[in-house]
Design a protein around this ligand. Structure first.
Ligand code: NAP
Length: 248
């Protein structure tokens, strides 16, 4: 790629947590960034400004990843406003925990719709343009729950395991077009998603982490940044756990 050619990254769930840290890290790396969020416009606008300080173009849009039409329009707008998308990071995700016996159908479907359909909608929308250019990197954010399962998170674990199967299939399908698809599977990361855990639940989780602390969103973003870069040019279809050793 020519030195002055712009590179574009699209990030879902960019307004907070791991997505937010990914937006900042990719902007630092020189990517123009387009990110979406669900409702927190204030957080998104403040992040736009912060990321623009790296001297790149940054836009944000309120786009519910469950809505395929909206996602398609977001991808098209990004490519028209910035340039074709080189990197897609799918960080939008939610939890609705409950033991299976108490799980409401709505909780099951909400989680699958955002976490798994959302990833499908984004990848489905970005892949053709990447295929035409014979280049691209897709980084889907799963979870260690998708590898090992978590009690009270059958919905979340299923969605995150689905992301792994989906990404491996995609890696095989589009590798010949120079597109890499990888998965990042975090453990406990200090974001709004984990801040709702009770003190007792947090303590119990921490006791199981050999590194004895929660991970930071910026640590996950550094892995995303690596996978987005040419340094990871021979890596595809892999699942990278970043979990302080909790799964050992
Ligand atoms: P977070 O702090 O709760 O942020 C979630 C982000 O997703 C927000 O930007 C939110 O937008 C966005 N979002 C939620 N639903 C959306 C939808 N329907 N459409 C578009 N955007 C939507 O979460 P996080 O902890 O950073 O998690 C990021 C990803 O990492 C998730 O996929 C999560 O499952 C995964 N993960 C997290 C952990 C952890 O310990 N934190 C561990 C393993 C995996 P608004 O700001 O507008 O609400």
């Amino acid at each position: 790629m020519a030195e002055n050619e712009s590179r574009v990254a699209l990030v879902t769930g960019g307004s907070r947590g791991i997505g937010r840290a990914s937006v900042l890290t990719l902007a630092r790396d020189g990517f123009d960034v387009s990110f979406c969020y669900q409702s927190n416009e204030e957080a998104a606008l403040s992040l736009e400004k912060e990321a623009q300080e790296f001297g790149v173009r940054v836009i944000s849009r309120k786009v519910d990843v469950r809505d395929a039409e909206l996602v398609r329009a977001f991808v098209a707008e990004t490519e028209e406003t910035l340039a074709p998308i080189d990197v897609a990071v799918t960080a939008a995700g939610i939890t609705r925990d409950n033991p299976l016996l108490l799980m409401k159908d709505e909780e099951w479907h909400q989680v699958l719709d955002v976490n798994l359909d959302g990833v499908y909608n984004v990848c489905r929308s970005v892949v053709f343009s990447m295929m035409k250019r014979k280049s691209g990197a897709i980084i889907n954010i799963s979870s260690v729950a998708g590898v090992y399962g978590n009690p009270t998170q059958s919905n979340y674990s299923a969605s995150k395991a689905g992301i792994i199967g989906f990404s491996r299939a995609l890696a095989k399908e589009v590798g010949g077009y120079g597109i890499r698809a990888n998965v990042v599977a975090p453990g406990f990361i200090d974001t709004d998603m984990t801040s709702v855990l009770s003190g007792g639940a947090k303590e119990k989780a921490l006791a199981a982490v050999p590194l004895r602390r929660l991970g930071r969103a910026d640590e996950v973003a550094e892995l995303v940044s690596y996978l987005a870069s040419d340094k990871a040019g021979y890596i595809t279809g892999s699942v990278f756990q970043i979990d302080g050793g909790i799964t050992l």
